[in-house]
Design a protein around this ligand. Structure first.
Ligand code: DX5
Ligand code: ZN
Length: 207
């Protein structure tokens, strides 16, 4: 499945979301940054709820925030498919994972490039999805880090697996032999004139 991030785009935010929603992408990847967990802040929760209220595709929400539970309590109203959090610095991790699960949403945990795949060990039973970060969180358009793929071996067969950051028609080749379920791609798709063309290039080159 291809999940498209609208963090970096040549179109306005509203237009980009519409273009993704009308494309062949499987999911809309929603990056939310609070200016604390990462230096950049993009928008308030109320803005997201408004922006995504009329979309049709399933939402794949990626929270790059210091206190995810506060955000999650609002975001459940959008009935997302997945909510992914980062564990480092997060208070009440178990409560947060349980809250996502009991809301009927897939529970995702992101692993940063400099974090071990074992950071999830204590929570294995609570997690459905692992998002392997192939860039440091915080901005679109960064360079893909192939070494993060070493983590797949330990994580495969336990969780759904996604990869996020720096995926384009060149770097997609690195994923060929890995069981990746969700490929997140942002600028490669949203900086182009034809979203479906780029999505199909990624689909073809992954196989
Ligand atoms: C990075 C974000 C990614 C990013 C993907 O902090 O989590 O989702 O926007 O965009 P590209 O594909 O441009 O790296
Ligand atoms: Zn993301």
């Amino acid at each position: 499945m291809i999940s498209v991030s609208f963090l970096k785009s040549k179109y306005s935010r509203e237009e980009t979301i519409k273009l993704i929603d009308n494309s062949n992408a499987s999911l809309i990847h929603v990056d939310l940054m609070d200016g604390e967990y990462v230096p950049n802040k993009n928008f308030e929760i109320a803005d997201i709820c408004q922006l995504l209220n009329d979309t049709h595709k399933p939402l794949d929400i990626h929270l790059m925030v210091k206190n995810p539970l506060v955000y999650i309590k609002e975001l459940v109203k959008l009935n997302p498919y997945i909510i992914t959090i980062h564990l480092d610095g997060t208070p009440n991790i178990e409560e947060t994972l349980d809250y996502i699960k009991k809301s009927g949403i897939k529970v995702g945990v992101a692993i940063n490039p400099d974090e071990s795949e074992h950071i999830i060990d204590r929570y294995i039973d609570k997690i459905d999805y692992i998002l392997i970060m192939s860039v440091y969180p915080g901005a679109g358009g960064q360079e893909f880090m192939p070494s993060v793929l070493d983590k797949v071996e330990y994580l495969k067969d336990k969780f759904l697996i996604g990869i996020d950051g720096g995926i384009n028609e060149e770097t997609i080749k690195y994923l060929k032999d890995y069981p990746i379920d969700i490929i997140v791609s942002g600028s490669y798709i949203c900086q182009s004139d034809n979203f479906n063309e780029r999505i199909s290039i990624l689909e073809t080159k992954k196989c």
